[in-house]
Write a protein that binds this ligand. Structure first.
Ligand code: ADP
Ligand code: MG
Ligand code: MG
Length: 871
C-alpha cells in the first residue's frame, strides 16, 4: 500500500517530490538536530489522489490518526485535551516554492472546551483568546470561504472600541468578545457552527490545503513560473509554537545573505509578540533582525549559529522562518532562498571564493534568464529628476508607468498598453493579476520579506516596498520606480544601459564591482565548458560588431531581405516588373554592388569568423506596396481621369503575385528557382565581397529547401560562380520544412551544413500560422495545458524536437562532417539551448543581445546533468 504520511524523522530534502519543499526541508532540519517542533507530512501522492477523485484516498485517515498519536507523544499533549491541548498548524508546501499562493491554518485544535486549558497552561488569558480568534479567522477564510474583510472589519472595530493602536493592545476580555463575534460571522456565512471537534477541524483543514492547489491565484502563479500543474501540494501538520506569548516571544524571517545584492550579513525582520503570518502580511512594522541581539541575546546567537549550519549544509543562501516562544527558539521553515539575478551571480562566485562549491556548481546555479534580466537598463539620473520618496530596494530594475491603486484596475489599464505602476499599502495574493500586469510595484508597508517583495523578485519585476512619499499621489500620475536604489521619482526618468551591458561593450572593466566580476568569471567558465559554439543573427556591420564584442563566434544568420528595402525598393520593383531578360538583368546588375557593400561590412567586422548569408527568403510582393493602398490610388486616379501609369503596373503585379497563404507560397529556394539570376546575383555579391576582405569566411545558405533536388540546382549554379571567382565558401541549407528534416539523409549529400530554422519548422510542424495563431487562441491552449509555453518561445521537444533529432542523426549518418546549427529565435531561449546541446548540434545563433545568455546556457548545458532540475 502507498505510504501517504511521513514523520519528520523519516523524511529529507531528497523527497521533495513527495513531501514538497517545506516538508522535505523541515525533515532535513530535524535530521540536523535543529529545534523543529514535532510534525508530519502528508504526501503529494495523497493530494493528487484527492484532487483526482474528490475524496481522501483509502487509508489516509488511519495513517494520519497513527502519526497524530506519535506527534501527541512527542509533544506531550493531546489534541482536544481540555486541560492541556495540543494545537497544530496545517501548512501547504509544494515541490516548488509558491510563496503565499496556497493556504496555511494555524492554531487548529482550539475550541470552546480547550481555550481555557491553553490559557491556564500558558498562564495567559489574552494569548489563548488571541490564538482562538486567529483560528476562527483563518479557518473561516481559507477553509470555508468567509470573506476575510468581514473578520478584518470586526477586528478594526474592536481596536477602535478599545482605543488600541494595533492588535497587541487588545486585552483578554475584548478578544473573548471578538471570538464570539467571529463565531457569529462564521455561522452567518456558512450556516454552520464553528466546528468544536478538533479532529474535524484537522480533517477540513487538510482538505482545504489540498484544494488550495487549484485556487485561481495558484494556477496563475504556476503558469507565470512555468511550474507543472499536476504536481499537487503536500500538507505539513506541525505542533504549534507561540510567538504571541508576550514581549519575550516573537516571530521572524531571515536570509543568510542579502537576497537583493548577495552581500554577506544578517538580513531579516522580527516582530515581537506575534504569530508567523503577521510578519509577511506587514500588519505591524517589523524591526530589523539585528535589533533582536539586544532583546534576546541567547536566541539571537543560537539563530546565527543555526544560520551558518544551514549555509554549510545547503551550501547556498537559505531563507528561514522562526519563532521564539518565551525565549526558546524554534525553526519553522527553511529553503534555498529566492534571490535577485544580481545576487545569484554574486553569491555563486562568493561561494567559489569561500571554497564551498566549485565553478561547475556555481555555473549551474545561475541562469540565462537571470543574465538577461541583468542586461536591462537603469535610470539615468543626470537630469536630476524629482525624487519624491524612498523605500526598501526590494527587487531591482527601472520601471516607469502611471500610478494605479487597485490590482484589477491595474490589469485593465495595462491591457490597453499603458505601462502601470501598481501602488498598494501592501500586497496579498489577490493582487497577483495586477502585479503581473504592472511594470513595477510600489508599497508603503513591509520590507524585503513582504509578499510584494518576494513575488516581485520571483517575477523579475521592479519593486520598492515600505516607501514613504512626500507628495499626495493620484491615480494616473506618472512615476519612475528604481528597485535597485529604492527610490521613487515623479515623472518619466530616462533609462540608461545596464553595467553588465557596458562590461560586454568593453566600456566597464571586468573588475568594476562584485557583480561584474562574478558575471565575468562565470561566463569565462561557461566558455571553457561549453560544446556549443554561439553565433549571432546580424545583418548590419553595426550588429555584427556588437555581436562580436558580446562574444559571438560568427554570424549564423544574415538575412538579406532588409537589403531590398529603403531606396532599393525601386530596384526590386523594376526586377518584378521586368518584361524582358535585359530589363531583369539590368535591375539585378544595379542591386549587385549594393549587396556587395553590405556583405563587405559584415565580413570585415567578422574577419576570421564564419558568416552565414541566407539567400533571399520572403515572397517578393512583400517589397511592393499593399494591395489595398495601390487599388485605392489607382481607382482615385482613374476616377479623376488621370493616368495611374506606374501604379497600374504595380497593381497588376501585386494581383499577379497575390497568394492566399504567402507563408507556404513562392518564397525561399522556390523564388530562386523561378526568377532567373536572382540567387546568382546574391552569390556573386557574396563571393566578390569575400574576395575583397582578408579573413572573410563566407557560408551560403539556401532557405526553405524541402527536396535535395532544389538544393542541388542552386548549389550547382553557385559552385560554378565561386570557382569562376576563385572564392571558397561552404554551401548549406536551412532545415525548416518538415520534409527536409525527414529526408535529411539525402539533403546532406548536397549540403556542407544544416541550420535549423525553428520558427518555420514549428509553424509547419504544427500547422500554425505564427502571425495569426498566437493572438487568436494560444492563451486558450495554455489554459487547457496543451502546451505549458508557446512552442514559438521554447522548442517543442517532443514534436519539432523529434524532427530535429531525425535530421541530425540521418544527416550525420550520410555525411559525418556535416556542421549543424540553429538560427531560429529558439537559439536564444535558455530551455531550447539545453535541448540543442542534448541533440548534438554544433552551434546556436541568436540576436546579439542574447549572445552572452546563450554562452552561459551552453556552458550550463555541459555541466548540468541531462534531465536534472535547473530551476
Ligand atoms: P507560507 O508557505 O505561506 O510561508 P507557512 O506554512 O510557512 O506558509 O505558514 C505561515 C506562517 O505561519 C509562517 O510565518 C510560519 O512560520 C507560521 N507557522 C506555521 N506553522 C507554525 C507552527 N507550528 N507554529 C508557529 N508558527 C507557525
Ligand atoms: Mg512559510
Ligand atoms: Mg524560415
Amino acid at each position: 500500500m502507498t505510504k501517504f504520511v511521513y514523520d519528520f524523522a523519516e523524511g529529507g530534502r531528497d523527497l521533495k517530490d513527495l513531501l514538497g519543499g517545506k516538508g522535505g526541508n523541515l525533515a532535513e532540519m530535524a535530521g540536523l538536530g535543529l529545534p523543529v517542533p514535532p510534525g508530519f507530512t502528508i504526501t503529494t501522492d495523497a493530494c493528487r489522489a484527492y484532487l483526482r477523485t474528490g475524496r481522501e484516498p483509502f487509508g489516509l485517515a488511519d495513517e494520519i490518526a497513527l502519526h497524530l498519536e506519535g506527534l501527541e507523544r512527542q509533544a506531550g499533549r493531546r489534541l482536544g485535551d481540555p486541560a492541556d491541548p495540543l494545537l497544530v498548524s496545517v501548512r501547504s508546501g509544494a515541490k516548488f516554492s509558491m510563496p503565499g499562493m496556497m493556504e496555511t491554518i494555524l492554531n487548529v485544535g482550539l475550541t470552546d472546551a480547550t481555550v481555557g486549558g491553553l490559557a491556564a497552561r500558558a498562564g495567559d488569558e489574552r494569548f489563548a483568546w488571541d490564538s482562538y480568534r486567529r483560528l476562527i479567522q483563518m479557518f473561516g477564510k481559507t477553509v470555508r470561504g468567509v470573506p476575510g474583510e468581514v473578520f478584518e472589519h470586526a477586528l478594526d472595530e474592536a481596536k477602535t472600541g478599545a482605543g488600541a493602536a494595533d492588535d497587541t493592545g487588545l486585552d483578554a476580555e475584548t478578544l473573548r468578545g471578538l471570538v464570539e463575534r467571529y463565531k457569529h460571522i462564521f455561522t452567518a456565512h456558512t450556516a454552520e457552527e464553528f466546528p468544536q471537534d478538533p479532529h474535524e477541524q484537522l480533517r477540513q483543514a487538510v482538505r482545504a490545503v489540498f484544494d488550495s492547489w487549484n485556487a485561481e491565484r495558484a494556477v496563475l502563479y504556476r503558469r507565470q513560473e512555468r511550474i507543472p500543474s499536476n504536481l499537487g501540494t503536500a500538507v505539513n501538520v506541525v505542533a504549534m509554537v507561540f510567538g504571541n506569548l508576550g514581549a519575550d516571544s516573537g516571530t521572524g524571517v531571515a536570509f543568510t545573505r542579502d537576497p537583493a545584492t548577495g552581500e554577506r550579513g544578517v538580513y531579516g525582520d522580527y516582530l515581537a509578540n506575534a504569530q508567523g503570518e503577521d510578519v509577511v502580511a506587514g500588519i505591524r512594522n517589523t524591526m530589523p533582525l539585528q535589533d533582536l541581539e539586544q532583546r534576546d541575546k541567547a536566541s539571537y546567537d543560537e539563530l546565527m549559529s543555526i544560520m551558518s549550519t544551514l549555509e554549510e549544509h545547503y551550501k547556498d543562501l537559505c531563507d528561514i522562518e522562526f519563532t521564539i516562544e518565551r525565549g526558546k527558539l524554534w525553526m519553522l521553515q527553511t529553503r534555498v532562498g529566492k534571490r535577485t539575478a544580481a545576487a545569484a551571480f554574486v553569491i555563486a562566485a562568493q561561494l567559489v571564493d569561500e571554497g564551498v562549491i566549485d565553478l561547475d556548481e556555481a555555473l549551474s546555479r545561475v541562469t540565462g534568464a537571470q543574465l538577461a534580466q541583468l542586461m536591462f537598463p537603469a535610470f539615468d539620473l543626470s537630469g536630476a529628476p524629482r525624487r519624491v520618496g524612498s523605500g526598501v530596494a526590494a527587487s531591482p530594475g527601472a520601471a516607469v508607468g502611471v500610478a494605479v491603486f487597485d490590482a484589477h484596475r491595474a490589469a485593465e489599464v495595462a491591457a490597453d498598453g499603458t505601462p502601470v505602476i501598481l501602488v498598494r499599502r501592501e500586497t496579498n495574493p489577490d493582487d497577483l493579476p495586477g502585479m503581473i500586469a504592472a511594470q513595477g510595484i510600489l508599497t508603503s508597508r513591509g520590507g524585503k520579506t513582504s509578499h510584494a517583495a518576494v513575488v516581485a523578485r520571483g517575477m523579475g519585476k521592479t519593486c520598492v516596498c515600505g516607501a514613504s512619499l512626500d507628495v499626495d499621489l493620484h491615480e494616473g500620475d506618472l512615476l519612475s520606480v528604481d528597485g535597485t536604489a529604492g527610490a521613487v521619482y515623479l515623472g518619466a526618468v530616462p533609462v540608461q544601459p545596464s553595467p553588465v551591458v557596458c562590461y560586454f561593450e568593453g566600456t566597464l572593466s571586468p573588475d568594476a564591482d562584485p557583480l561584474i566580476r562574478a558575471v565575468d568569471r562565470l561566463l569565462t567558465h561557461a566558455d571553457k565548458r561549453r560544446r556549443l559554439a554561439v553565433r549571432a543573427n546580424a545583418d548590419t556591420g553595426e550588429d555584427a560588431a556588437r555581436a562580436r564584442r558580446f562574444g559571438a563566434q560568427g554570424i549564423g544568420l544574415c538575412r538579406t531581405e532588409h537589403m531590398f528595402l529603403g531606396e532599393r525598393r525601386t530596384l526590386v520593383e523594376r526586377l518584378i516588373l521586368a518584361r524582358t531578360t535585359e530589363q531583369r538583368e539590368a535591375a539585378l546588375a544595379e542591386l549587385l554592388p549594393l549587396q556587395r557593400n553590405d556583405f563587405t561590412d559584415l565580413f570585415r567586422e567578422m574577419a576570421g569568423l564564419p558568416v552565414t548569408v541566407r539567400l533571399i527568403d520572403p515572397p517578393l510582393h512583400e517589397f511592393l506596396p499593399p494591395l489595398e493602398d495601390l487599388a485605392v490610388k489607382v481607382a482615385v486616379a482613374e476616377e479623376r481621369g488621370e493616368d495611374p501609369g506606374h501604379d497600374r503596373e504595380l497593381l497588376d503585379a501585386v494581383h499577379r503575385m497575390h497568394e492566399d497563404n504567402p507563408m507556404l507560397g513562392l518564397r525561399g529556394v522556390r523564388l530562386g528557382l523561378v526568377i532567373p539570376g536572382l540567387f546568382a546575383m546574391q552569390v556573386r555579391a557574396i563571393a566578390e565581397a569575400a574576395a575583397l576582405v582578408p579573413g572573410a569566411r563566407a557560408e551560403i545558405m539556401v532557405p526553405l529547401v524541402g527536396a535535395v533536388q532544389e538544393l542541388e540546382a542552386v548549389r550547382e549554379e553557385a559552385r560554378r560562380l565561386l570557382t569562376e571567382l576563385g572564392v571558397e565558401a561552404r554551401i548549406g541549407t536551412m532545415i525548416e520544412v518538415p520534409r527536409a528534416a525527414l529526408t535529411a539523409g539525402e539533403i546532406a549529400r548536397a549540403a556542407d551544413f544544416f541550420s535549423f530554422g525553428t520558427n518555420d519548422l514549428t509553424q509547419m510542424g504544427w500547422g500554425f500560422s505564427r502571425d495569426d495563431v498566437e493572438g487568436a487562441f494560444f492563451s486558450r491552449y495554455l489554459e487547457l495545458g496543451i502546451f505549458g509555453v508557446s512552442p514559438f518561445e521554447s522548442i517543442d521537444r517532443d514534436g519539432v524536437g523529434r524532427l530535429i533529432r531525425i535530421a541530425v542523426t540521418e544527416g550525420r549518418a550520410a555525411r559525418p562532417d556535416l556542421h549543424i546549427g540553429v538560427c531560429g529565435e529558439h537559439g536564444g531561449d535558455p530551455d531550447s539551448i539545453r535541448f540543442f546541446h542534448d541533440a548534438g548540434l554544433d552551434y546556436v545563433s541568436c540576436s546579439p543581445f542574447r549572445v552572452p545568455v546563450a554562452r552561459l546556457e551552453a556552458g550550463r548545458s555541459a555541466v548540468v546533468a541531462a534531465g536534472s532540475d535547473t530551476r
